[in-house]
Design a binder for this molecule. Structure first.
Ligand code: NDP
Length: 400
C-alpha cells in the first residue's frame, strides 16, 4: 500500500519494524535509516525471508535537515515514522515539510540542553503542514499515544462530559538489575527527575519530583507504588477533551530504582550541564547512559507484566460514570514474539498503527494533530488486532 521511511533503529523502532513486517499488505516497502547503519543492516538481515515487506537501509544524521531531505528525495516515502530521539523531531518535521511527506512520532520535541518537553514547538507547524497538504501525527506511542486514543474513545462512546482522567502507567517487570531503564536512559531519567505537574481547573499545578505517591492495585499485576509525573499528553488532552477539570499521570517505580536514582542525582550524575573532564566536555547524564545496561539487552531477562491505562470520571445521560480502559502486556510474550521487552513493544506497536492510519488514509486531514484529534475506532480495532488488546471496567478502584 505504500512506502515508509523509519528513522532510528533502537528499542522502539525494532518492535515497530517487526510489526510493519507482519503487516506487509500495508507496509509493502520500508527503509530503515539511522545514525548507525550497521544496526539497520542487522535488523534487515534478521527479518529478510520472514516477510513480504521489501526492506532497504540508509545512514542518516537526523539532526541534519539537508541530509534528511536528500534521503526522502531518493526514497520517496508516503510517510516518515520518526523513532529517533525527541531532539530530532523538528529537523525531521522540517524535512517532511520541504518534501511534502506525512510525519509520525512518539514523543514531543525537547531541546537537548533544557529538559523541558512541551508541544509549542511542534504545534507552531500547524499552518505550514495544512498549507502543504500533509499530516503530522504527534505522539503515536502508548503514553502519549494509546492514552489519547483511549480518551477519544471514552468521550465518543461512554461520556457526555469527562471531568477527570488519571493515566496509570505500571511496569511490574523485573530485569534483575539493581538499576536500569526500560527505554533510552537519557530520555527516561530526564523525564523522571523533572518536577511533577498535573492539570486542574484550567492551570498547571507543579509538584516536587516524586512528591505525590499513591498505591494502586492494578488488574492482573497487583499492588504497586506509583508517583505523579509531568507527562506530555496532559498538555494536549487539556485542550482536546472539552470540559476536562483534572488530568494526572502516575508511573510505578520500585524502591531500588528510586534509591539509585536519588543517589545518582545527589552526586550529579543525572545533570545535563556539560562538565570539563580530562580536557573534554562531557554531559554527566550521557556518560551515565554509556555505563547503564542497554534497554534492548533487557528483553531476555525481563519477567512480569505492564498495565497501562486511563480511569475516566464524568457524566453520561445526567448520571455520574466511571470507566477504566487498559492494556496488560507480558514481557516474556513480547520477547518471544519480537525479541523485545514490553516497554518497547507497547510503544512500537502503536507507532506502526499510527503510520498505518496515514498510509491507508484512514486518518486523512492535513495539519499537525495529536492523536486524540482523530476518530479512535479504527485505532482501537487495530490495537486488538496487532498485539495490544484492551480491557475495560465500569467499576474500577479510584485513585484518591
Ligand atoms: P533508543 O535510544 O533505543 O533508539 C534511538 C535510535 O535513534 C537509535 O537507533 C539511535 O541511533 C537513533 N538516533 C539518535 N540520534 C540520531 C540522529 N541524530 N540521527 C539518526 N538516528 C539517531 O531509544 P528508544 O527506542 O527507547 O526510544 C525511541 C523514541 O521513543 C524516543 O523518542 C522515546 O522518547 C520514545 N518513546 C515513547 C514512548 C511512548 O509511549 N510514547 C515510550 C518509550 C519511548 P544509534 O543506534 O546510533 O544510537
Amino acid at each position: 500500500m505504500g512506502k515508509t521511511l523509519i528513522i532510528g533503529c533502537g528499542g522502539v523502532a525494532s518492535v515497530a519494524i517487526h510489526k510493519c513486517c507482519q503487516n506487509s499488505a500495508v507496509f509493502e516497502d520500508i527503509c530503515i535509516a539511522s545514525r548507525t547503519k550497521s544496526k539497520c543492516d542487522a535488523l534487515k538481515e534478521k527479518l529478510s525471508g520472514t516477510t513480504a515487506t521489501k526492506i532497504s537501509t540508509a545512514q542518516v544524521d537526523a539532526n541534519n535537515v539537508e541530509e534528511l531531505i536528500r534521503l526522502i528525495g531518493e526514497y520517496q516515502p508516503d510517510v516518515v515514522l520518526n523513532l529517533a530521539l525527541p531532539y530530532q523531531d523538528l529537523a525531521i518535521m522540517d524535512a517532511c515539510l520541504a518534501a511534502k511527506v506525512n510525519y509520525v512520532d512518539t514523543a514531543n520535541y525537547e531541546p537537548e540542553d533544557t529538559a523541558k518537553f512541551e508541544y509549542k514547538w511542534q504545534w507552531a507547524y500547524r499552518e505550514k503542514f495544512k498549507e502543504a497538504g500533509i499530516t503530522a501525527l504527534l505522539g503515536s506511542g502508548f503514553d502519549p499515544g494509546v492514552t489519547g486514543v483511549f480518551s477519544a474513545y471514552a468521550l465518543k462512546h461512554h461520556f457526555d462530559e469527562i471531568h477527570s482522567i488519571d493515566i496509570l502507567d505500571c511496569n511490574a517487570g523485573d530485569h534483575g538489575y539493581p538499576f536500569a531503564t526500560n527505554f533510552n536512559p537519557e530520555i527516561n531519567i530526564r523525564e523522571v527527575s523533572a518536577k511533577g505537574s498535573y492539570w486542574e481547573n484550567g492551570h498547571w499545578v507543579e509538584t516536587e519530583p516524586m512528591e505525590i505517591k499513591r498505591v494502586y492495585d492494578f488488574p492482573e499485576v497487583g499492588e504497586k507504588d506509583m508517583y505523579l509525573l509531568h507527562h506530555e499528553e496532559i498538555e494536549s488532552l487539556a485542550l482536546n477533551i472539552p470540559g476536562i477539570k483534572r488530568i494526572r499521570f502516575f508511573m510505578t517505580f520500585g524502591q531500588s530504582y528510586l534509591t539509585h536514582l536519588k543517589c545518582l542525582e545527589n552526586v550529579g550524575m543525572t545533570s545535563i550541564e556539560p562538565i570539563e573532564f580530562e580536557g573534554k566536555q562531557i554531559v554527566p547524564l550521557q556518560f551515565l547512559k554509556a555505563v547503564l545496561p542497554d534497554p534492548s539487552s533487557l528483553g531476555p531477562r525481563t519477567k512480569g507484566k505492564t498495565n497501562i491505562g486511563c480511569i475516566f470520571q464524568g457524566k453520561k445521560d445526567g448520571k455520574e460514570k466511571t470507566y477504566y480502559l487498559y492494556n496488560v502486556c507480558d514481557h516474556q510474550a513480547c520477547y518471544r514474539e519480537v525479541d523485545s521487552q514490553a516497554v518497547a513493544y507497547t510503544t512500537g506497536v502503536p507507532a506502526m498503527i499510527g503510520a498505518m492510519m496515514l498510509l491507508t488514509k484512514t486518518w486523512d486531514k492535513p495539519g499537525v494533530y495529536n492523536i486524540e484529534e482523530f476518530d479512535p475506532d479504527p485505532f482501537m480495532d487495530a490495537l486488538n488486532q496487532w498485539g495490544l488488546p484492551w480491557k475495560e471496567s465500569f467499576s474500577p478502584k479510584l485513585v484518591d
